[in-house]
Each structure stands twice: as C-alpha cells, then as structure tokens.
Design a protein around this ligand. Sequence first.
Ligand code: MG
Length: 444
Amino acid sequence: MRPASLFIVFIVICHLELGLPSSCRAETSTPNFIIIFIDDMGYGDLGCYGNTTTRTPNIDRMAAEGLRFTSFYTSCPVCTPSRAGLLTGRYPIRSGLTRVLFPSSKDGIEDKEWTLAEGLKERGYSTACIGKWHLGHLPEFLPTRHGFDSYFGIPYSNDMDLVQRAEPPLPLMRNEAIIEQPANQDTLTRRYTEEAVGFIEAQKDQPFFLYLAHTMVHVPLHVSPEFKGHSASGLYGDVVEEIDWSVGQILAALERLHLDEKTLVVFTSDNGPWLIMKDHGGSAGPLRNGKGTTFEGGVREPGIFRWKGTIAPNRVTDEPAVNLDLFPTFLLLSGGTLPENPVLDGEDIRGILLGNGHRASQNFFFFHRENLQAYRSGDWKLKRASVEKTVNEPDLLPTMLFHISDDISEKNNLADKFPDRVKQMEQEMQAFEASLGDLPPGKR
Ligand code: MG
C-alpha cells in the first residue's frame, strides 16, 4: 500500500521520451505486462541457454523473438525474498522479507510496501496473480490485499506439507478461500495455464498485468500425465517441458488475440537450481553452485524479454540487470513516474530492452538472509568470506574476487592478486550497508 503523500503524479509520457521507434509508438503507450516466474529453474535448463537434452522450443522461440540476457540476476537466491524484491523493486532487506516463510509463519508483506501490482492498478491496469505467492499466507498478506484483483494458486512452497512439522496439506486458493486441500499438484501447471489464458482473453481490451508464478520446477516434482516420460531427461525434464508447453499456450493466446505487439512478456526464475535434490533439481549450466548461495548459480537466472514490434528479435545482451528492475521499468512504460520515497533499488532498463541505452548503475548487491555477502560492480564480483554449508564447497569460504565478465564459472579467485580492488569493493559494500539505515527485523 502506498502512503497518500507519496502518490505518483502520473503523466502521459511522450513517446519520444521513451525513445521508441516511430513505427511502434501507437502500440506501446500502455503495454500489457506478463511475468512468467519459474521456481528453482537453473541457468542451464533451457535450450536457448545451452541445454541439449530437454526440449524447450516455445521458450527458445520466445528468446528468438526478443531479447535474451546472459546476466540477469535475482534479488535473492531463495523463494520469499526473491519475490519480495521482484514485486517491490527493493532489496528484500528493506521489507524484512529476507527469509523463507513457512506455514507456521505469522509474517508476510506489510501494507506499507508498495507493490508493482498496486502501482499498475493506479495506472488503470487489471491485475492477476496466478501460482505460488510466498509473501505470507494469512489473509492480510495475500495477493488480493496487495494490488491483485484476483488470485489462484498455492500460498507457499509445494513441499511445505510435512506432517513432522505439523504442516497442513497443501492448500490451493482462489482469492482468499481454500478451494482444494491437498492441491492436486499433477494438474497445477495445466490449471495455472488455463487460468492465465482465461485472464488474458477476458482482459484483451484493456491494459493488464499478469504475474504467473509457477509452482514448478520446485520439488516435489509433479507433471500432467501427458508429460510423464515426455522428455529425454527424466521427471525434471518432463516438468520443464510442461512449463515450456505453458509458455507456448500464453504466446499463442497473445497471437490469437492480436496482443503480441501490445504485451511485454518476461520469463525468469526466482533462484538457481536446488542442487541437493540431484536429478530432481535443475542445472546451473556453466555457473558455480546453485540455490541458496550467492555464487552465480544461485543468483544468475534465465532472463528473456519479448515484445514484438518494440524489442528487436534475435538479440542477446551481456548487460547485467536484476529482477528489481522490472518495477521501475514497468511503471515507466505504463506512463507512470517513479516515487522519491520509498527508495527503489531497481533501475530503468528500457534502454537495454530497446537497444538504445544502458542501466545507469552497474552495481548489484547479493544478500544471504540479512547479510550482504557478494557484490558485482561492472566486470568484477567480490564475495566476502563466509561459513556456509553448501554442496561441492568447503564450509569455510575465503574472500573471493572474480573478473565475472570473463569468468562466469567463478573458477579463478583473484583476491590475492588485486588486494586494492578487494579493499575498494569492500568499502563500497560497507557504504551500501550504511546507507540502508534503520531496517525492519527479519520476518519469519
Ligand atoms: Mg525458489
């Protein structure tokens, strides 16, 4: 919810301000937005990111018809904070949503947070949340209280139904009511897709924002009977291929309804693959480690943007960006302006999307819970020394400096070779921490 004193004074942005090609102007003043947000999908799970086993023709086509990022980051490498960052445009440390919420949690996103859905509603958009929410399951925290006109999905992760933790069977909700318990997980990807297509069809004549946050490919893996044994890469591949089918259905609906040139579609993941799940977890491709870590495997995600007629096809960019950037970028594209308060960490990336500019800052901060653990600045990444238990790493990790543009696999620790750079980047991290000021306590 946004304090009245902070209201956006909205303006009609002239198309020249957007820097759009003249042929696109009539179609792009108020684009629709669709975010397809996958849970725990790795950087190496898609054909367009180098996977040679699992078939993802629809996602690959989406990339071919638009812009594919090679350095698109999440705001945090686990579920709840990643979503908090995406929907507020602010590092999760600012909202206190730094940790994964459970069915026993009493916390969630607070009213004072201003979500992307609320911002777009102010601009006249219809808004729908379909899929996994995970920003609090109690009524005051649900999507319908934070800017979404409707909600269909599960309120937290699909593995949070453990009897030994006294967790209830997994609920499936419509708006604020449980309509099925336990949710039939085999049908979730299909039903989410049908809901999404239905929403698009119903809203085809007015601007809309669809946040489609799939439950899959988070474990336990579930798939429709038609996709069982569908892939050459086991159950995980089957689940990815059903997600790919889902993307195909969304794109087909846009084409059928002549919304291709009026709709910006973004495909990304909340965090990297859950490697301890072995063949039920995804692949980080060339990246080091996965979910829950601030190595690239945890924080660098697939990032695909498609907007026919505005984003040129067949583009690949190495310019880094982060899911925090969707908030300001979408608000500006909707004709709104950005608030001075609250502080946004996301930045306008219209220049990258349109190919005529850059992200103003090349700095990205990576937290593990409440701790700032890593920092990318341009070509360089510093990872502070830490003690953590993760796969394929020693428990005690030293200070690491990588030339991340040349070494995306984080193989060559250059900290000893460039002590001055380590010192400078450490100072910049401390300055950022100091700038955060008083912060709310972490939510559980
Ligand atoms: Mg996740």
